[in-house]
Design a binder for this molecule. Sequence first.
Ligand SMILES: CC(C)(COP(=O)(O)OP(=O)(O)OC[C@H]1O[C@@H](n2cnc3c(N)ncnc32)[C@H](O)[C@@H]1OP(=O)(O)O)[C@@H](O)C(=O)NCCC(=O)NCCS
Length: 168
Amino acid sequence: MKILETKRLLLRRLVLGDLDALFAFYRDPDVIKYIPDAPRSYEETKEELEWFMNGNPKFPELGLWATVSRETGQFIGRCGLLPWTIDGQNEVEVAFALSKEYRGQGLATEAAGALVQYGFQHLQLSRLICLIEPHNKASINVATKIGMTFKKESKDQYGSFWVYAINK
Ligand SMILES: CC(C)(COP(=O)(O)OP(=O)(O)OC[C@H]1O[C@@H](n2cnc3c(N)ncnc32)[C@H](O)[C@@H]1OP(=O)(O)O)[C@@H](O)C(=O)NCCC(=O)NCCS
């Protein structure tokens, strides 16, 4: 099921047929370097995929979605909108990760910008955030390019992270 389209990308619900591509994607240390809770094994990848296949069970309108090149139909990453509670506040994160060979072409900015628009216009959300490990320059740049600004540093079981946010 299609979630949204941009000029170069299609974001759609994950399907079981994405499992091998998703596993190969998460096996790249460069992809998971700044995603501390990423699945590590085939089993964990399958669990994550099944969790998101029909939408996040608690918030079916949110989720991680297969991100596909419209030109080639290739699975190039996963992006989406994820619910969190941070310092007691309910938030929705704009999440993005792409395979190495598709970076540096503005694709993450394209996906993240479209997700912000989708969140504000289609889902009527009033605020969106990015959760970024302090050294993740690429993500900081994407967040800034889609209009987010630094709000605060916070911490979870994996360590410190920065919260960037944009209000509608
Ligand atoms: C973060 C990520 C999605 C960015 O993807 P991308 O498609 O290369 O990003 P864009 O091409 O849209 O680039 C956005 C801006 O960041 C800059 N940028 C990209 N990679 C960079 C890097 N490694 N270091 C510094 N700046 C970088 C780009 O130059 C661009 O700025 P510019 O337009 O002023 O030149 C990608 O690096 C990735 O998947 N990383 C691994 C997963 C991850 O960390 N996800 C985020 C978790 S919070």
